[in-house]
Design a protein around this ligand. Sequence first.
Ligand code: ADP
Length: 381
Amino acid sequence: MRPGIRLQLLVALGTLLVLAFLPLFFAVVSLHRASMAGVIPTAPLVRLLALYMGIFALALLVFMYLAMTRLVVDPIERLSRAAGRVAEGARRLELPRAGARELAELADSVARMTERLRADEESLRVKIDEATRYAKELERAQERLVRSERLASVGRLAAGLAHEIGNPIAALLGFEELLLAGGLDEADQRDFLQRMKGETERIHGILRDLLDFARPATSVRGGRAPEIGGSLAQAIDAALALVKPQKALRDVAITLDVDKHLPLVALSEERLVQVLLNLLLNAADAVPKPGGRIDLVARRAPEGVRVEVHDNGPGVAPAIRDRLFEPFTTTKEIGKGTGLGLAVCRGLLESVGGSIGVEHGEEGAGARFSFTVPLAAKDLS
Ligand code: ADP
């Protein structure tokens, strides 16, 4: 077993004191005798003694310096260098061999601590690897989900289309059979043809809406705002002029809060009217009559221009909130709604980098649709 610092210092100091004080003792005794006998003058002997004491003090200093260096400072420096190597990435702590027992024990504890830290680091690395793997799996699962969601909306699109077009086609077939069977007078024939025209127009309207929905998706990629933009203020005027005469809006109060100096936006006026019309007609369908209210606000926003259409209807039905902007999402009866309006609006706005959303307030607090359109390229200053 290694001796401790205290013992080593005690032994070394004891030896030094014996070596130093034994001659000193004999020197003092001789000096005493000499002075008693008056044989030799004492003054040089006293000087000799003082010199001896000085040399002894110096030797003690040097000894203490060397002993502390060997016993304490060197081992600590070696330990600190070894710890430094571990900090720089060495796998193991190389323990200093020399030194006192206490320092060897300290080095052992540091080595054990290093081992434990290494083990913790290893298990942490394993956990991080695991977490990274899970994150990747999650990402893949999310991609799969998005893909299946897309497929589901394609399925819903096809189902909705079949449903929407199926009814007028069935009606058309019925009329055609009646016409082919013959025996109808001219007035009936005319009436049937008139109705067939109506049904054909319905199919035409659905297909046009569908094309509107599909077209922006193909031109989204460019992402640049067109050079010539539309005026929102004029589009709002035009949309209101179109909706005001509508029966659905006769008992509805519309309030406007439109910034007078709105810059041109990146969507043509015609498209803006289409978006506004859809939001206003939906709101008109939803509000109570009488007592219906629609508030329209248009303001500058960091993204360009922001328009809000807020009504005092019952709000969007919870059942369709998740897929509100998907094609053929509707709560309206057949013939009244196709469920394409909001999908078309989203397509148009996203094609120029805009967006559309809805806020659902308290139950019965109405729906608050809002959309943003970026500024037209020449107004981007
Ligand atoms: P459509 O009007 O042909 O049904 P939309 O895409 O325009 O198609 O609207 C989809 C559905 O969203 C509507 O059927 C209706 O249920 C709901 N909706 C839209 N606007 C509102 C509104 N302001 N308040 C309540 N529900 C709304």
